[in-house]
Design a protein around this ligand. Sequence first.
Ligand code: TRP
Length: 353
Amino acid sequence: MSELVIMAPNSDEQPARLPRLLSGIQPTSDSYHLGNYLGAVKQWVSLQSSYEAFYCVVDLHALTLDLPAPDVLRERTRVSVAQLLAAGLDPQQCTLFLQSHVPEHTRLSWVLECMTGYGEAARMTQFKDKASRGGAEHHSVGLLTYPVLQAADILVYEADAVPVGEDQRQHLELTRTLAQRFNSRYGNTFTVPDAVIPKATAKILDLQDPSKKMSKSLGDAGTINLLDDASSLTKKIKRAVTDTDTAVRFDPEAKPGVSNLLTILGALTDRPVHDVAGDFDGQGYGALKSAVADATVAFAEPFAKRTNDLLADPAELDRILADGADRARAVASVTLAAAYERIGFLSPTEARR
Ligand code: TRP
């Protein structure tokens, strides 16, 4: 038996380990917005100490809708990494890395693509949504296989837990299905991961259209970009859609705009939303908006400063990423080698040493 089999995932010889966690975020824009932070990154920071956490900036996925200019992609990737560090990811505690630095993701993805039905991929609601925007001829095969690459991102680390937003639930289901399909065809190889969709996670809505999740694609006026300056942050928040009533009350059905502002304030000040709402008894929307603007600026200003300090030292960022890639590859290469062997690919003896 080769050494590889002894080291195979899920084998009894493996020492006990902390539960493993993986998540990914796209480097699609220059500034993360408050929804990215409060809905995802803040949880990443708090989970990094209780899990063996792998956090991946999914730069390969950033090509699926269009091909960004090379300089733009490079810049966004660096700015994304800097922001994740500024938000509190600690490279001593977690493994922070770029998807494109770990070739095992795409090497596993190919195999999983061959195990995914065309219709199965085409039925993904996110694919259908994205493909229905703009002419179909503009959409790449990569958009269709996006969730399969995502499954590879997760399975190649044998992640137990995957913190994601509600909108990723279907992709996680596909990941579990593919893990099980592989395991039943080739023998137990992949951990079947659980989605961790924290209930307490604030779902931040668009300031202009609070029926939708905050998203850059809905337009700039509804998005609180963390790297914006204080005056534009304040202006945007003051222009947030409310309603014709005047009472500040948490009622997401009847008062989505006001409730969203309360959610933001609660999440930024770590207080329950109903407590926060109580502060505004007898006060109008102006007072609420001022408080939200103040809390946002109080978070965003030092965040932007930390981000810019990190960006001022690109060699240090590169060092952090190189180290993250080494640690990620150490895990991913073992899982991939075991999977490839089980599939029946001949062993590349060279690479195994
Ligand atoms: N599709 C995810 C999103 O849009 C990003 C992502 C890519 C991801 N690979 C992942 C999330 C792996 C969790 C795990 O949010």
